[in-house]
Design a protein around this ligand. Structure first.
Ligand SMILES: *[C@@H]1O[C@H](CO)[C@@H](O)[C@H](O)[C@H]1NC(C)=O
Length: 466
């Protein structure tokens, strides 16, 4: 959505263990609001999008519709990049699903309830034609989130009924002839206690010819997480989920021999001179005000008293179900009035950090950092200092423990340490909000902003997650 770079790409060899490898959209270059500079774009930006590999030219294609207007096409020779803008198409391919046919022709299925299929030019950067192919019957209601496949000469458009169903239509030709929808699931019980129903996502076939459905479940306050189940096909060619006791199974056999990739938790010392692909900025960053060089230096980029207006907040998803994030922060170069630290970042946020006023440094626990839900997401409140304590020295360790399990306590607690060994809790527990409207879950957010004047900075020496 509004996080930059956009469209994170993960890689797996077994569909179970995953690692971040890059982003298809290097920068959200779609207008000033994506820069958090006088305007902002919370919950805008990238919605459901699509990525495919094209054998004929060795390129990966990603496309997505931005702001219900233009569809942007990016390509790269590798999933990890370098990705670059290939073209813009003036039709909004809302919730797009791309198919590259056996003859190399690119099609895109898209739309909400009225589902269309566009045929693209040979380079994939413009539209040749588009045709509505399906109208969702009122007995189903809404269908969107199209995915587009070909199997045994049949074209399949796989669609979601938000947020509790999955349907599919098929035809022997790509742009016409689709019959009525087949129900793949409706109100199927989730394998994760307290979560929503598995839906949306994609069908995937393995090299050995097995099929899987990777859906997601709404698992707030942590966000959406993927779940995987095997698919079998009926005699007349419809995909069926292999259920366990009439529910999405909590465990299935691995699709293939497990291959563990790097751990998604551990210590990140920001080594080298660029950020790893697990990091995303809150909107496009001001690139003149941060530098990575064995640690990341964040110079205050905005004068504000509102974290939601502050540029250059660096975010990372929380690894659940219970996550711990610890920021090692050198605050010696902060300026009078600066605020810097570690946020539990969403539309209802809280943070622990250093407030410098005059020459006094305090560690503060701040709650009520809120956006109003929906309709432009204006700031509702800029925060209340719930607990505060004077600190000395130039370095602090800030820690957040968050129980993001959808069936858990949904509580976070905040700690600080002056030596990295002994941590003290600051303030009481914070109850995370688990509404769906913001779509994305709570993240860790490392921030530094000025309330008086620019000029100060902090250095995040390391960030450790467990
Ligand atoms: C901030 O959001 C929380 C969670 O919804 C709510 O309990 C609190 O009252 C809000 N604070 C303000 C000042 O609006």
């Amino acid at each position: 959505m509004h996080y930059s770079p956009g469209a994170p790409i993960l890689h797996s060899k077994d569909l179970v263990n995953w690692e971040y490898v890059g982003h298809a959209v290097p920068s959200l270059d779609w207008g000033n609001k994506y820069n958090l500079n006088g305007a902002r774009a919370y919950v805008n930006g990238i919605w459901a999008s699509t990525m495919r590999y094209r054998k004929s030219n060795g390129l990966y294609y990603w496309l997505g519709c931005i702001d219900f207007g233009t569809t942007y096409v990016y390509t790269s020779p590798s999933p990890s990049g370098p990705w670059k803008l290939g073209g813009k198409i003036n039709t909004c391919y809302y919730d797009a699903g791309m198919l590259i046919d056996d003859n190399d022709q690119i099609y895109v299925a898209y739309g909400n309830s009225k589902i269309s299929v566009a045929k693209l030019s040979s380079d994939g950067f413009s539209q040749v034609s588009t045709q509505q192919v399906f109208t969702t019957p009122s007995s189903i209601g809404t269908l969107e989130g199209s995915r587009f496949y070909k199997r045994n000469g049949q074209y399949y458009i796989f669609m979601t009924k938000p947020a509790n169903g999955q349907y599919v239509i098929k035809s022997s030709s790509p742009q016409s002839g689709y019959g009525s929808a087949f129900q793949v699931l409706l109100n199927l019980k989730s394998p994760v206690s307290g979560s929503g129903i598995p839906h949306q996502g994609s069908l995937v076939d393995t090299p050995s010819g097995d099929w899987y459905y990777m859906a997601f479940i709404d698992s707030y306050p942590g966000g959406r997480i993927p779940v995987l189940a095997p698919i079998t096909w009926t005699g007349d060619g419809w995909p069926t989920i292999q259920t366990v006791n009439n529910a999405w199974g909590a465990n299935y056999r691995y699709p293939t021999t497990p291959v563990n990739l790097g751990s998604t938790t551990g210590k990140d010392s920001f080594s080298g001179t660029s950020l790893g692909p697990q990091w995303e900025w809150n909107h496009n960053p001001d690139t003149t005000r941060f530098s990575v060089n064995n640690g990341i230096t964040l110079s205050a980029a905005t004068v504000t008293n509102d974290l939601y207006w502050a540029r250059n907040t660096l975010t990372k998803r929380i690894h659940g179900p219970q996550g711990t994030g610890t920021l090692e922060l050198d605050f010696s170069k902060m300026a009078d009035g600066d605020r810097a630290g570690l946020a539990l970042f969403r539309d209802k946020s809280a943070w622990i950090g250093i407030a410098r006023d005059g020459s006094t440094n305090k560690v503060q626990y701040v709650t009520n950092v809120n956006l109003s839900t929906g309709n432009g997401w204006p700031t509702q409140s800029t925060g209340t200092v719930s607990a505060s304590q004077t600190v000395s020295g130039s370095k602090v360790w800030l820690r957040i423990k968050a129980d993001i399990a959808p069936g858990g306590s949904k509580t976070a607690t905040f700690y600080w340490s002056s030596d990295g060994n002994t941590f003290s809790q600051l303030g009481g527990g914070f109850t995370m909000n688990s509404d769906w409207q913001f779509f994305m879950g709570y993240r860790y957010g490392i921030f530094e902003y000025a309330t008086k004047a620019l000029g100060g900075s902090v250095k995040a020496v390391s960030f450790t997650t467990a």
